[in-house]
Design a protein around this ligand. Structure first.
Ligand SMILES: NC(=O)C1=CN([C@@H]2O[C@H](COP(=O)(O)OP(=O)(O)OC[C@H]3O[C@@H](n4cnc5c(N)ncnc54)[C@H](O)[C@@H]3O)[C@@H](O)[C@H]2O)C=CC1
Ligand SMILES: O=C([O-])CC(=O)C(=O)O
Length: 347
């Protein structure tokens, strides 16, 4: 049986959370806040960010319950200093102090789905939560990179963009919808199906983050493996329905939390590595984009740099099946974006 040290080493190297880039670049320390930090995603995401050597200050904020989570996580012997802030304990100052001068804010605050719900059913509650939190980001850390996890991502990112515009601090290079879990799932399902080494697999996922708007591009998967049309269809549908698969399995106890925390920590780490000057950081993420005419926000591969988005990559050549998937998502994606913009404008 592996010793706990070996186990940790293998967990961390497969997660790429502690890669060697830090010896090649001058390492700086960053202030990171997690909003919704006492929740199902927030707690493990906070734990993983505590393990990230680029983090020197970790601020955990929620409505309540964060002092306990922070005390717990703070005992882990890594360098990040951990502090918990909550509305219950600190009033309005809690959020302000959690965000003051942050470099990166990860937002998994809001309600999750129950069986039978779509992500859009969460809009009613989560739209206002995201708007309020992003207003506070605009006031307290206007230069921070924002990673939006709260659903429906297709609408909450436009809400965040419009809110930042109203506050006069919008920088489209620094606002990201986190779609990393779709990529994580597509990689896992493809590797399992074809007997490939999971850690060596890459599959781009474009579009948005809900049902048919999630479009994995198995024609661009690496390493290349032969896939029948039926296999491509099954893998595509499983990736699109990955969230619903977890919601059904949890049977009323919420949606993906652990795999999302992992995906959120991977994307947060990518933002910090890029900020720290590492070259060649590329992730799929939902950003303001003109790659696909007719939609203002879209996920494709994006090169990240010190200031956030450096280059938005195109979709690459699509097969007829993928092109039909892209055409088929457009009206839903457009509507979700407009719904978010209208909400933020109070229309
Ligand atoms: N982007 C993605 O791929 C994924 C997104 N999600 C979404 O993430 C969100 C959170 O999911 P869970 O962690 O499972 O839910 P949860 O209910 O376990 O945790 C949410 C936390 O947010 C907190 N919260 C609510 N309003 C807040 C506010 N105004 N300020 C600070 N904290 C606040 C709650 O107190 C709670 O602790 C949901 O909207 C879910 O749909 C979930 C999985 C994947
Ligand atoms: O399905 C949900 O509601 C949560 C989510 O976004 C995912 O797991 O991809």
């Amino acid at each position: 049986m592996a010793s706990s040290r070996q186990l940790l080493k293998s967990i961390s190297s497969s997660a790429r959370l502690f890669s060697n880039h830090r010896t090649q670049n001058q390492t700086r320390g960053y202030k990171v806040a997690v909003l919704g930090a006492a929740g199902g995603i927030g707690q493990p995401c906070g734990l993983l960010m505590k393990m990230n050597p680029l983090v020197t200050e970790l601020r955990l904020y929620d409505i309540a319950g964060t002092p306990g989570v922070a005390a717990d996580v703070s005992h882990i012997n890594t360098k990040a200093q951990v502090k918990g802030y909550s509305q219950a304990d600190d009033g309005e100052d809690g959020l302000k102090n959690a965000l003051k001068d942050c470099d990166l804010v990860i937002i998994p605050a809001g309600v999750p789905r129950k069986p039978g719900m779509t992500r859009d059913d969460l809009f009613k509650i989560n739209a206002g939560i995201v708007k309020g939190l992003v207003e506070a980001c605009a006031e307290n850390c206007p230069k921070a990179m924002l990673n939006i996890i709260s659903n429906p991502v297709n609408s909450t990112v436009p809400i965040a963009a419009e809110t930042l515009k109203q506050k006069g601090v919008y920088d489209k290079k620094k606002l990201f919808g986190v779609t990393t879990l779709d990529v994580v799932r597509a990689k896992t399902f493809y590797a399992e199906k074809k007997g490939l080494e999971t850690a060596k697999v890459d599959v781009p996922v474009i579009g948005g983050h809900a049902g048919v708007t999630i479009l994995p591009l198995f024609s661009q998967a690496t390493p290349k493996a032969a896939l029948t049309d039926d296999e491509i269809d099954a893998l595509t549908k499983r990736t699109q329905d990955g969230g619903t698969e977890v919601v059904a399995a949890k049977a009323g106890k919420g949606s993906a939390t652990l795999s999302m925390a992992y995906a959120g920590a991977l994307f947060g780490d990518a933002c910090l590595r890029a900020k720290n000057g590492e070259a060649g950081v590329v992730e799929c993420t939902y950003v303001e984009s003109d790659v696909v005419p007719g939609v203002e926000f879209f996920a494709t591969k994006v090169s990240l740099g010190r200031e956030g988005v450096e280059k938005i990559h195109g979709t690459g050549a699509l097969t007829a099946y993928e092109q039909a998937g892209l055409d088929g998502m457009m009206s839903e994606l457009k509507d979700s974006i407009q719904k978010g913009l209208d909400f933020a404008k109070g229309a």
